[in-house]
Design a protein around this ligand. Structure first.
Ligand code: SF4
Length: 422
């Protein structure tokens, strides 16, 4: 029995309230590639803010006309007093105009709020970009100390990096596992675990994820897919799928969901509400709050070793300073539409469609999101290049046109099935 999307949101809101009551200082963030290890190393709890379908609008005049439905929803939540669990908000700079604008207006309209900002480089592939972002993170660390009075702790940084790395490693494998056997873990369960961690990262959550990770590995070992899933996980991380084995075709559609800052749990809820359809049709999502968050490389910070290093253990990797290590991991994540490198993204996408055995692509667009609208035609063209149909799927946080969205998705899935039969 799946929770409704409304119940999912209420559960995570309640969890934040409980943490606040226990004395946690929670800092919300909106951008998927946020240095959460750094916030945790200052004793803060980073929380990925989520859109709320029931947020009442009415504050649109405060924002620029180009603002997307995502930033409007966030701003409405703040104006309605719905973000009381948060002690501050971290905004990104130099990502998109809508985020820049909402941060500026937020600071102006709510001058008592504690606002942090980190500016991202437009390019990601150069050493200069790593240095730039590392310096931004150093400034962010100083601003956190000034704003919240908490200094960075080397021990907490090490523990936080280890927690985040464990989370990424487990989720990367589970994402890859579903491509070979989508029944081994449902998409709803997968993105539910992902969201639990991002709402408030805690060791207990990762321990539960690890249990699930072990059970999924066992099942794949029995059905002979373990090696293929491990190869796919590594290939997705390196963005080179040459050695990846294509899954055996199954009955029914296998779709890839592409798009930007769309909530994976909203997609899972929409798909599961279709007649006779379950989320097992989703081979993979490429969403910013899903795949692009998960397939971020490890943050290589020296472990918090207690006691002597074990004899004969593997040689240690090369460690950089903490800011540079976090910056390198962030810039190693799959690229966003707001970053350069579109042709590389598309080349990888064509390879990915074939290697995950997709026979349909759904391109989600956050309403009024310029980056999504800019990239969507290229994504459709990449699908066309490898002969799979695609569906452009505009969506807003309120799922305001839910009946029509479900109808379009259902028709698209039937079209894929007809093509496969024909
Ligand atoms: S949804 Fe699009 S326009 Fe809105 S904040 Fe995200 S990238 Fe920017």
């Amino acid at each position: 029995m799946h929770l409704s999307y409304g119940e999912v949101i209420e559960t995570s809101t309640q969890r934040l309230r409980n943490l606040t009551q226990k004395g946690s200082t929670i800092v919300g963030y909106l951008y998927p590639h946020t240095p959460i290890e750094l916030l945790m190393a200052h004793g803060l709890t980073p929380s990925l803010m989520r859109v709320n379908p029931s947020a009442t609008a009415g504050f649109e005049d405060s924002l620029q006309t180009f603002s997307c439905s995502f930033t409007r929803n966030m701003y409405s939540q703040r104006a309605n007093g719905e973000l009381s669990s948060l002690s501050g908000v971290l905004f990104p700079g130099n990502t998109c105009d809508a985020l820049q604008n909402v941060a500026d207006v937020w600071r102006y309209r709510f001058p008592d709020d504690k606002i942090l900002r980190v500016t991202y480089p437009a390019t990601t592939q150069t050493e200069h970009a790593v240095d730039f972002l590392a310096n931004e993170l150093r400034i962010l660390s100083e601003n956190i100390t000034e704003t919240f009075g908490t200094s960075i702790s080397a021990t907490e940084l090490s523990d936080a990096a280890s927690l985040v790395n464990d989370f990424r490693e487990i989720m990367q494998f589970l994402y890859a596992a579903r491509v070979y056997d989508s029944n081994v873990i449902s998409y709803t369960e997968l993105v539910g675990m992902l969201r639990d961690f991002l709402t408030a990262p805690e060791r207990g959550i990762v321990d539960d994820m690890e249990d699930r990770f072990r059970s999924v590995r066992q099942i794949l070992e029995i059905n002979g897919h373990l090696k293929s899933a491990d190869l796919l996980k590594d290939g997705l991380l390196r963005r080179d799928l040459e050695k990846v084995v294509v899954p055996i075709p199954q009955d029914g559609p296998k779709i890839v969901i592409a798009g930007g800052m769309i909530e994976p749990q909203a997609i899972a809820s929409l798909v599961n509400d279709l007649d006779g359809v379950s989320d097992s049709i989703i081979a993979l999502d490429l969403l910013s709050f899903g795949y692009k968050t998960v397939f971020t490389p490890k943050t290589l910070i020296p472990p918090n070793q207690k006691g002597p290093k074990p004899i004969g253990s593997a040689p240690e990797p090369h460690y950089e300073g903490p800011f540079k290590a976090i910056a390198r991991a962030i810039l190693g994540a799959p690229l966003e539409p707001t970053q350069e490198g579109l042709s590389d993204r598309l080349a990888f996408l064509r390879q990915l469609f074939v290697k995950v055995g997709a026979n349909g692509l759904v391109v989600c667009e956050q309403s009024f999101c310029d980056p999504d609208e800019f990239e969507a035609p290229s994504l459709e063209k990449a699908a066309e290049d490898v002969g799979i149909p695609s569906l452009r799927f505009p969506i807003d946080p309120e799922l305001s046109d839910r009946g029509r969205l479900e109808g379009r998705l259902q028709t698209f899935l039937e079209t894929i099935e007809d093509r496969e039969v024909g």
